[in-house]
Design a protein around this ligand. Structure first.
Ligand code: SF4
Length: 446
């Protein structure tokens, strides 16, 4: 039964205390209705309300926050991104075996720490490290986990071992980072559940095949662990697509609770190119966490870019902040250009200005993320609004010469914009295409 936000709101305490992280009970109710939040977040919910809202207000796939920077996984509500959007980008985890030499581990840690990429205004990075207990030696495993926890303090951790003794030894060094404990199975279940409950961490469970995995997940939940991450044992690309799709479908379309959890995908391969290809499939088809053996720059760039594409809301244009951007060593004699705050427009125009090596001021106007022509057609990038934006911005103080360069596509606005700006402002029509900017700017500077 799906409940509307208003129906859910009627059952909330209505104190707007913000303990759930939302400014009002109504905002929280809307999130519950969108199946993007859990009733657990409201500590003041009555037992009666909990019972009523029950499963109706639970996300079909539970959201789990992992340590480090607090990366959230799960909480997806659709099978296809065009239906709505995918919510929580799957983190990439670098696998480090505890049998690797000290130098190799140090290099892995350095690679994780330097993995950040600025991609159209978003900072993307490798968020997790998965330490794998290859040695079977709790002391060794714990030592490597400590080295990673100390060396990469912002990365979240996955403790990968089926040995409760190894997990016990390692978690002592990183419990505050709320690692994902991975490796509960039918054999070690009691001990692993005990650790997860005591340390209040998420538990990764493994069973081969979806029937066995569902049974195990029910059992773990019955034992009191609610933050569960699933591994069905899918390792080939074919198995991944089939099983992850069935898991997502069962959770979303059948409300099948035993599979309503994030999925961890071990795509690790010795062949780095093959690993990148298989990881790409995981990103596109429903893996919530992807574990890889290596994070060369080329691979990280490819995987994070793909993930960014998949997890960008197709209904909301990407935007940058409205302000006057200084490019290069711009001063009061530098040209002032104006354009819209569509991310792609901003980054392309900025890139071409940088290519020109002519320092400039770039005035970015908020038009809700539309491109120049679309914003003009929608009546958002027109003479009156551009003039108001420029006059109210700091632009008049930044440039000595009152001259504004307008995108060539809206040259039709130049006369009326000059009138609206008044006060001696002159409007110059710039090129239509951004790639013509270097020649244009260099020609004017000459
Ligand atoms: Fe309302 Fe509960 Fe959120 Fe407080 S914690 S604002 S009572 S929903």
């Amino acid at each position: 039964m799906a409940l509307s936000g208003v129906e859910i709101f009627k059952h909330l305490p209505k104190t707007n205390c913000k303990k759930c992280g939302y400014p009002t009970c109504l905002a929280f109710a809307m999130k519950l209705a969108a199946l993007q939040e859990s009733t657990d977040k409201c500590p003041d919910l009555s037992e009666e309300a909990k019972k009523f809202l029950g499963a109706a207000a639970e996300p079909p796939i539970r959201g789990i926050t992992l340590g480090g920077r607090g990366v959230k996984v799960g909480e997806e509500t659709v099978l296809f991104r065009h239906e709505k959007k995918f919510v929580n980008p799957c983190p990439i985890a670098l696998n480090i075996k505890d049998t690797e030499g000290a130098d190799a581990i140090t290099k892995h840690i350095a690679d994780v720490n330097s993995s950040e990429i600025d991609k159209v205004g978003q900072m993307l990075r490798v968020d997790l490290v998965c330490v794998t207990d290859e040695s079977g030696d709790p002391a060794r495993f714990a030592a490597v986990v400590k080295q990673v926890a100390d060396g990469a303090p912002n990365a979240g951790l996955i403790l990968n071992s089926s040995s409760p003794a190894s997990i016990e030894a390692a978690i002592a060094h990183c419990a505050d980072k709320r690692p994902l404990v991975y490796g509960a199975n039918a054999e070690n279940l009691d001990a692993m559940v005990k650790i997860a409950k005591e340390k209040k961490v998420a538990l990764g469970i493994y069973a081969k095949g979806l029937d066995a995995l569902s049974d195990l997940s029910e059992k773990v939940k019955g034992m009191g662990v609610t933050d569960i991450v699933l591994d069905s044992g899918a390792r080939t690309a074919k198995e991944m697509v089939e099983e992850y799709t069935m898991i997502r479908r069962a959770a979303l379309k059948k409300s099948f609770k035993p599979l309503g959890f994030p999925v961890i995908s071990f795509v690790s391969r010795d062949d780095s190119v093959l690993e990148a290809a298989v990881a790409s499939i995981g990103i596109m088809k429903y893996a919530s966490i992807i574990v890889v053996n290596s994070i060369e720059k080329w691979k990280t760039l490819a995987l994070l870019t793909l993930r960014q594409n998949i997890y960008t809301d197709p209904q909301v244009p990407m935007q940058v902040e409205q302000k006057i951007y200084k490019i290069g060593d711009a001063n009061e004699n530098s040209p002032l250009l104006v354009t819209t705050n569509f991310s792609l427009t901003y980054f392309i125009v900025r890139g071409e200005i940088e290519n020109s090596k002519v320092p400039c001021w770039l005035a970015i106007m908020n038009v809700e993320g539309l491109s120049v022509l679309t914003a003009w057609a929608a009546g958002k990038f027109v003479a009156g609004s551009i003039a108001n934006f420029i006059k109210e911005s700091e632009a008049p103080k930044l440039v000595a010469k009152k001259e504004l360069i307008l995108p060539g596509y809206v040259s039709v606005l130049s006369g009326s914009l000059e009138d609206k700006l008044g006060d001696g402002w002159k409007v110059v029509v710039g090129p239509r295409e951004a790639n013509q900017l270097p020649a244009f700017l260099k020609g004017r500077a000459a």
